[in-house]
Design a binder for this molecule. Sequence first.
Ligand code: UT7
Length: 349
Amino acid sequence: MLQSKIAGIGFYVPEKVVTNHDLAKIMDTSDEWIQERTGIVERRYAEKHKETTSTMGAKAAEIAIERAGITPKEVDFIIFATLSPDYYFPGSGVLLQRALGMNGIGALDIRNQCSGFIYGLSIADQFVKTGMYKNVLLVGAEFHSCGLDFTTRGRNVSVIFGDGAGAVVIQPTAEKNKGILSTHLHADGEYAEKLAYINPGSHGGVHLGTEKYGYPEQEFGGIFFTDKMYEDGDYYPNMEGQAVFKLAVTKFPEVINEALAQNGYKASDLDMFVPHQANLRISQLVQRQLGLPDEKVWNNIQKYGNTTAASIPIALCEAWEAGKVKEGDLVCLAAFGSGFTWASSLIRW
Ligand code: UT7
């Protein structure tokens, strides 16, 4: 059977840098609090009305495609992972397809939040292994800054997230013990509301709108957004940070060890570990549990915050560009987040 490998990788982050001090001017927070609890120093925000999730994804994709030695016309399938799409529907995959002139090929959007990139990698891997596609473009991109609560009420969430995009091209390889060795996907819907953006959604009987905003009189049941829901900020993401933290530090090592065991490796065999950039403290705890030295773990949350589906490809790309991921290296990717979902992958570069 064929193996699949990452043949090209790229990332894009918007120019605008927003520091902790900038946020402290508009809400009750401080650089000290944010750095101590999360490690984040600054993050990037996309330019509203000029950039979107798919335009950022397209910039990262162009770099990945060029580095894979192909043209956009040779891509034969798109997978787009995001929780902050351009539109409620259709997905950002078709917008990326249109932007890069790849019309006609399939475009699949996936919604697995922080684990989205690894879930996408797993899908791409299966398509390539079976010989169905030769060049799968996988993009993870987020435009968080247009959906966060920048008042003190939302500070536990808004200080963490940033915007950006990463992309890879997955191709077949005939080389043995090379490329994506395995992927491991998990979820537990028990925790669905612990980190969620639940409005708009059908759970309330309506997707969007209030009578105030012109929604017609209630004809078929259901409830509408009330003024109170707007006042309470019910249309913003919410997170029970400690619940996420607690499970993350258990599930990260578990899913990494699952990947190592399946392939007959130990943590000490790893050349590089690229965790989803959720919180520097989480990454450090996981690093300690695995017994890895600093030079074998790539962290960049300090500069970009948590970019959800984009965080792993951005970090992996930076590590590769810095020469820290080289031909033959054993690389582990792992993620945990909303769903809860968690995942890992082991790659022989
Ligand atoms: O990709 C997965 C995404 N999410 C995560 O990985 C999140 C995992 N969890 C975390 O990273 C941490 O739980 C947070 C960084 C979100 C929060 O840290 P914490 O140590 O768990 O704080 P907490 O939520 O228990 O809140 C402690 C205090 C509260 O004040 P009181 O009630 O003790 O007076 C919060 O209101 O810190 C307050 N607080 C803040 N203070 C200043 C919450 N956010 C902020 C803030 N600035 N930004």
